[in-house]
Write a protein that binds this ligand. Structure first.
Ligand SMILES: [Zn+2]
Ligand SMILES: [Zn+2]
Length: 309
């Protein structure tokens, strides 16, 4: 689906910041500037199959849902399949992989049963992640469904503290959210609060979703440096481990969370390119979650690779 009407809904903030806080990074040689790029893949055919598929797509990282997005049963992990994936990732120079927890997992629902289910999913997902070479597990912090932000943050932190152990190999990534409905994580400060309450904060990082951050009111078009500077001040760039690389169908601050193909949305191609090449974001895995079929993903992966030339 080609969506042109999105543009009319775009609210652009044009005044940029002159702060230029990252100027020192401009001395980094161009050949050292590189991100890893890939998209979501289906785990249906196993893990090695995902690695090989991403190589065919031209990318060097990928994401997958740890279980059916609507919840339900998870697939058993075959150790031989994992070994084969590990070899493939090494051979083809992949970056870190970024697993995605289920959308139905809500660690801070007002319903106790939903919270308990979420905790079970989180525990099982992290157990399974220990078998995999992908060390990042990204999830939506949750929606407080009327309990209030403070209660939501407490419940999310409590859940993480129940399952994160000091010997966990996986880094758990809190995703920046658009702030739709009662979502927690629509501001960097909310994510910081969760991390502050963690018993093992060293096991927690953040995945920055460009569509969500933009929809949440952070002006990635007019002032990307300012947004990343604010992220650094509040959370710390050392905690930024992955990027969900999506354009948005809506304007800055819309809180809608509707992804768009690269360049066809309100963020636009120039700003997306600036983000992909931003000095402080180099060496991170960038995951496309744009509304595409295979062909569209292959095209977007190659667009990003061309930017890096
Ligand atoms: Zn997500
Ligand atoms: Zn989204």
């Amino acid at each position: 689906m080609n969506d042109d009407m999105g543009y009319s809904q775009c609210i652009r903030k044009t005044e940029g910041s002159e702060r230029g806080v990252f100027h020192f990074y401009e001395s980094v040689p161009m050949e050292e500037k590189m991100i890893f790029i890939g998209c979501h893949l289906s785990v249906t055919d196993g893990y090695e199959a995902m690695g090989k598929r991403m190589t065919r797509f031209g990318g060097n990282t990928f994401a997958w849902f740890t279980r059916n997005p609507r919840g339900g049963k998870t697939r058993a992990v075959d150790p031989e399949d994992i070994d084969a994936l590990r070899m493939h990732l090494q051979k083809d120079g992949f970056g870190p992989l970024v697993a995605h927890g289920s959308y139905t997992m809500n660690l801070c629902s007002a319903k106790e049963e939903t919270r308990a289910n979420g905790l079970d999913m989180l525990r099982q997902d992290l157990e399974r992640m220990e078998l995999l070479p992908g060390n990042y597990y990204n999830f939506h912090p949750g929606s407080h469904t009327g309990q209030g932000i403070e209660a939501g943050i407490t419940q999310i932190a409590d859940a993480l503290n129940l399952v994160i152990t000091p010997d966990l190999h996986t880094t758990v990534l809190l995703e920046t959210m658009a702030g739709k409905g009662s979502e927690i994580g629509g501001t960097f400060e909310e994510l910081r609060e969760i991390i502050d309450r963690a018993v093992h904060p060293e096991k927690i990082g953040v995945c920055l979703d460009t569509c969500h951050v933009w929809d949440g009111g952070y002006d990635l078009v007019g002032d990307p440096d300012g947004v990343l500077q604010h992220f650094d001040t509040v959370i710390g760039l050392e905690r930024l481990k992955a990027v969900h690389f999506n354009d948005s169908k809506n304007g800055c601050g819309s809180r809608k969370d509707r992804h768009e193909k690269l360049g066809l949305g309100c963020i636009g191609m120039d700003a997306m390119k600036r983000i992909a090449l931003h000095p402080v974001l180099q060496n991170l895995p960038f995951i496309l979650e744009t509304p595409n079929e295979d062909e569209g993903y292959i095209r977007e992966i190659h667009t990003v690779l061309e930017w890096q030339q």
